[in-house]
Ligand binder design. Structure first.
Ligand SMILES: N[C@@H](CCC(=O)N[C@@H](CS)C(=O)NCC(=O)O)C(=O)O
Length: 202
């Protein structure tokens, strides 16, 4: 039975992180996804999370947790620990750093998306968009040099997969052409990660 509520939209890439983590950790049955709209000022999201961001997790006692990194750490704890966040320091900081790269791709991608959502096209800042594209492209190049694990599914792999999925869904960049190793990794990850197909944004 569900005893936690995940406030997110079904297209949110940051919201996809806890949905994937829950599937990986066998916690999906404990989580009810209740759609949230961060643009709606009457949505209770803003009282659950003063930042008004998704994902936000509401626990059985009404306490809330955010952001996606904290929620993934909580899920790891619920699952007994050392599952998607290793305890051993070398592996731990590698996983957290990879998560930071995946989240950074998402931060830049979401800023690109918001620029085109909140402004009319003549007002788009090409300089700002190029600044964010630079971050994404450099991060993708680093991942092409050293793709994530083919075996593990840790916070880093989850975040990178959500980042790549978001590019495909919202931005349409042809990131694969010059990054065949990363493209191969992503395709294989989609086949082996529980919950992946069910959470593809559409
Ligand atoms: N660092 C946050 C980022 C979450 C985030 O930026 N979510 C976006 C949607 S994908 C959002 O809620 N944006 C609404 C806003 O910034 O007002 C996390 O990891 O959860």
């Amino acid at each position: 039975m569900a005893d936690m509520i995940l406030r997110t939209s079904l297209t949110s890439p940051f919201g996809r992180k806890p949905r994937l983590a829950a599937a990986v950790l066998g916690l999906a049955d404990r989580i009810e996804v209740v759609p949230a709209d961060f643009l709606d000022d009457t949505d209770s999201l803003r009282t659950e999370n003063p930042l008004g961001k998704i994902p936000t997790l509401v626990l059985a006692d009404g306490a809330t947790l955010y952001d996606s990194r904290v929620i993934l750490e909580y899920f790891d704890y619920l699952a007994g620990g050392n599952r998607i966040i290793p305890v051993e320091p070398v592996a731990r900081f590698a996983a957290l750093k990879l998560q930071a790269i995946g989240d950074g791709i998402l931060d830049a991608g979401v800023l690109r998306r918001l620029e085109t959502m909140f402004r009319d096209e003549p007002l788009y800042s090409d300089r700002w968009l190029a600044h964010q594209c630079g971050k994404m492209n450099r991060a993708l190049d680093v991942l092409e040099e050293e793709p994530p694990s083919e075996v593990d599914i840790l916070v880093g792999e989850i975040a990178v997969a959500c980042g790549l999925g978001f590019i495909d869904f919202r931005l349409g960049d042809d990131w694969r052409a010059s990054r065949p190793r990363l493209a191969g990794w992503f395709a294989r990850f989609g086949e082996r990660c529980p919950g992946f197909a069910e959470t593809v944004p559409h």
